[in-house]
Design a protein around this ligand. Structure first.
Ligand code: HEC
Length: 170
């Protein structure tokens, strides 16, 4: 009996703990705000228009369809609120996740993403996700089993981000 209660508790904690408890998000946040250099970023986008264009062309064909399915609920617009959105407390958590996610990377306007990091750093974080996982957050996957990235999708993400990193690296 006791173990069942403990197990149930663990599930509750995993499912209902806001992402920030697990994530490095908060820490990152502060650091990147200090490092933020918006001018450098837009200058870079200006002088390397062609590279950005090519990266976005490939993004639209190979990556956006994956992100639309698996990332846009948080990094884009939530298409359909899940039924539990109405549960008191849960709504706030989902709203928090979506706000926090878009503050890191907002994918609504394609590449380069709106982000407080440079496009190069964004690509590196995305490549890491392709290699090691970490997104979507576990909490989200628990409610959306099909949101997990498949091996094929991970491969496409790694391929696109590696090629794009090469294009942008000086
Ligand atoms: C349930 C909402 C949710 C979904 C779905 C989601 N993310 Fe996130 N994402 C977040 C939140 C919240 C953060 C900020 C906190 C953190 O880093 O965990 C974040 C941060 C990120 C970051 C920045 C990480 C860093 O190092 O700063 C990247 C890149 C990212 N997500 C990519 C993705 C990709 C790619 C997908 C789809 C495969 C995805 N996310 C799906 C919520 C989500």
């Amino acid at each position: 009996m006791k173990t069942t209660i403990i197990k149930l508790h663990l599930v509750t904690i995993t499912v209902f703990t806001p992402t920030w408890v697990f994530s490095h998000g908060g820490e990152n946040h502060v650091k990147s705000i200090v490092k933020k250099e918006p001018q450098t970023k837009s200058q870079d986008i200006d002088t390397r228009k062609e590279a950005y264009q090519k990266i976005n062309d490939a993004y639209l064909v190979d990556i956006k369809p994956i992100f639309e399915k698996k990332c846009f609920d948080c990094h884009g617009d939530l298409k359909k609120s899940p039924w539990y959105y109405k549960v008191p407390g849960i709504k706030q958590m989902i709203d928090y996740d979506m706000r926090e996610a878009k503050e890191h990377i907002d994918m609504r306007k394609d590449f380069p993403f709106v982000s407080h990091e440079s496009p190069l750093k964004d690509l590196k974080s995305i490549k890491e996700i392709g290699l090691e996982g970490g997104m979507p957050p576990l909490r989200y996957i628990l409610g959306h089993w099909d949101a997990r990235l498949s091996e094929a999708e991970k491969k496409s993400i790694v391929k696109w981000s590696s090629e794009s990193i090469k294009r942008l690296q000086p």
